[in-house]
Unconditional design. Structure first.
Length: 236
């Protein structure tokens, strides 16, 4: 999951809350208590959860090189007020926004190249819409229509190999109407006969687009699905 402006606001909100609270141990703030500190009071627990929430969001940002010491220093400075901060929140948001744009541009270029490379592989077929797929196992049944309900097994992952969803891991197939899933699935499954298994690479505009599907799928993510069409279900 990547940093969003909502998360930046969330970080700022936590800092404001902590700044407005009574910081009884400011004299020892440069050496905060470690993980073994006891949560003896209600405020101990509240304080801990504020810190844990901040840490969890930093972790979910999934950006390499984040310096925990700098994170803590920013946290501490914010509790002392704006004059103590090394960079204002406004300027900091601008820095983060510029960083996000650069990272997104890198991801978009990486996804584009990935699709282009696969499209040039004779083992894959590309649809007019941009889906690139390879048949792993041929089926011999009927093909579903967009209004049909289907039963499938599947695994979804990002192009770096991170699995974000899998019916195989859950131990049971999924069932859903084809017109209620992402456009790439609606299109792909109509090309498949019952019993077919494919590897389908779906560009972001046919998946979750600019918004992504937090926390596991970021904006403009190209996704790879292994899809096994088990059956077309009769209407109830």
């Amino acid at each position: 999951m990547k940093i969003t402006m909502k998360k930046i606001a969330f970080f700022a909100g936590i800092l404001v809350l902590m700044g407005s609270a009574a910081c009884a141990q400011k004299s020892d703030k440069k050496n905060p208590q470690g993980a073994d500190a006891e949560l003896a009071t209600e405020m101990d627990s509240i304080s801990y959860i504020f810190g844990a929430s901040l840490g969890q969001n930093v972790q979910q940002a999934n950006i390499e090189g984040v310096d925990a010491d700098r994170v803590m220093q920013g946290f501490i400075d914010a509790t002392d007020g704006d004059d103590s901060m090394m960079i204002s929140m406004e300027d900091g948001n601008n820095v983060v926004r510029a960083f996000m744009m650069k990272e997104q541009a890198k991801k978009t270029e990486k996804s584009k190249k990935y699709l282009e490379d696969l499209a040039g592989d004779p083992a894959y077929t590309q649809t007019e819409s941009g889906i690139v797929y390879k048949v792993l196992e041929e089926g011999s049944g009927a093909k579903p229509e967009a209004t049909d309900k289907v039963r499938v097994n599947y695994e979804g992952k990002t192009i770096d190999g991170t699995v974000f969803d899998s019916s195989y891991e859950r131990g049971e197939p999924a069932e859903f109407p084809l017109n209620r899933v992402i456009p790439g699935w609606t299109e792909m499954l109509q090309l498949m006969e019952v019993g077919t298994t494919v590897e389908a690479v779906i560009p972001s505009n046919l998946a979750y687009g600019e918004r992504g599907s937090p926390p596991k799928i970021g904006p403009n993510e190209t996704l790879i699905f292994k899809i096994e069409l088990i059956d077309i279900l009769e209407e109830e």
